[in-house]
Design a protein around this ligand. Structure first.
Ligand code: PLP
Length: 402
């Protein structure tokens, strides 16, 4: 009998399952709105020109392929913290940010979870928004934290349940860890306003909660890296200590290169050195040290004034294309097709995704009858829409809800 005969089949990944169904569909009108990766106006993956230029620069220097240090490429991690916190922030200026390169955003969250599980001096409970990115729960559970939720999304208004959020954080035990999506909340596309962020910061302070920011979309939400960093920088200005997971998958289109960073703010350089030493001890037995190529690309862009300016334009280009698809989808659904229901959220939501409000039976009907694929919760990746398919998509949605 096989050693593994007792292993039960696990459920398929809900998002990758959508892609499989899409691939199997032979209809030429088919659309995949499941996967969270940017597509250009022709529906194709997009390699940023700034990334291509950085790769040319790197290749022409004929670099070796030696191991990176355990915490990665220092020129990259320094630049990543500058991008998130800003050069003017106190922790950056005073060199008190403990930081490590990570296997993209997922790896940053996992290192953070493992570090908190080992060293967080209070109850190791993390509160996630309901709903949150599907991988958050298994990441933190497998890291050894207890996972709980706070209300975030209001199905009735298709917007933020701000009173529910405040009530749940107020009722959480003091010193709990709270996960916050820094911008472009996934899957809902609903972010707190600047005023609401200030209230959340006050509440986190009052309840002595520990804020862990997941920033997977800096620049990708509004088109401005500064604007998208508002929440993180506001919390820092308010004197919070934070944990931060950064990803360069979306904003540099470096998905498969796996470029990210995890950081913690500390009280002084000596404490930073102690935390850095423990981050190394967490990482060394996990994967020893991170991959080099993507970090070189990101570092080259972030540390070159010309490439940085070009990259900022290109991020804005991606964000603007998505925003223009939101406008066009709204106009087509409401003005051209007189689709029943309230669709204003398509325009007010932000980032890669929109929570359409479509129900599981409607999403099923869209897949079976119109060859349009999305997750069962009605989340669509706005980046999958373009001028060539948006009309067909809007007509199909209109039919599905009528
Ligand atoms: N966090 C959120 C909210 C995300 O949406 C994603 C990607 O979809 C990630 C983290 C991590 O992605 P990656 O590991 O590719 O950087």
């Amino acid at each position: 009998v096989s050693t593994w005969s007792h292993v039960p089949a696990g459920p398929p990944d809900p998002i990758l399952g959508v892609t499989e169904a899409f691939k199997a569909d032979k209809d030429p009108r088919k659309i995949n709105l499941g996967v969270g990766a940017y597509r250009n106006e022709h529906g194709k993956p997009y390699v940023l020109p700034s990334v291509k230029k950085a790769e040319e620069l790197i290749n022409s220097a004929k670099p070796d392929k030696e191991y990176l240090p355990i915490t990665g490429l220092p020129e990259f991690t320094k630049a990543a913290t500058k991008l998130a916190y800003s050069a003017e922030s106190i922790p950056y200026a005073e060199n008190t940010i403990a930081v490590t390169q990570s296997i993209s955003g997922t790896g940053a969250l996992r290192i953070g979870g493992a570090f908190l599980a080992r060293f967080y001096p209070h109850a190791k409970t993390i509160y996630l928004p309901i709903p949150s990115w599907g991988n958050h729960t298994p990441i933190f559970r497998d890291s050894g934290l207890e996972v709980r939720g706070y209300r975030y999304f209001d199905k009735k208004t298709v917007g933020l349940d701000f009173s529910g959020l405040k009530e749940d954080l107020r009722n959480a035990p003091e010193q709990s860890i709270v996960l916050l999506h820094a911008c472009a909340h996934n899957p809902t596309g609903v972010d707190p306003t600047l005023g609401q962020w200030k209230e959340i910061s006050d509440l986190v302070k009052e309840k002595k909660l520990f804020p862990f920011f997941d920033m997977a979309y800096q620049g990708f939400a509004s088109g401005s890296t500064t604007r998208d960093a508002f929440a993180v920088r506001h919390f820092i200005k308010e004197g919070h200590q934070i944990a931060l997971a950064q990803s360069f998958a979306k904003n540099m289109g470096l998905y498969g290169e796996r470029v990210g960073a995890f950081s913690l703010t500390t009280s002084d350089p000596a404490e930073k050195a102690r935390v850095d030493s423990q981050l190394k001890i967490v990482i060394r037995p996990m994967y020893s040290n991170p991959p080099i190529h993507g970090a070189r690309i990101a570092e080259t862009i972030l540390n070159s004034p010309e490439l940085y300016a070009q990259w900022e334009d290109e991020v804005k280009g991606m964000a603007d294309r998505i925003i223009s698809m939101r406008d066009r989808l709204y106009d087509t659904l409401v003005k051209d097709l007189d689709t029943p229901g309230e669709w204003g959220h398509i325009k007010s939501q932000i980032g890669m995704f929109s929570f359409t409000g479509l129900t599981p039976p409607q999403t099923k009907a869209l897949a079976e009858k119109a060859h349009i694929y999305m997750t069962a919760d009605g989340r669509i990746s706005m980046a999958g829409l373009n001028n060539g398919n948006i009309e067909y998509f809007a007509e199909s949605v209109s039919t599905a809800v009528k």
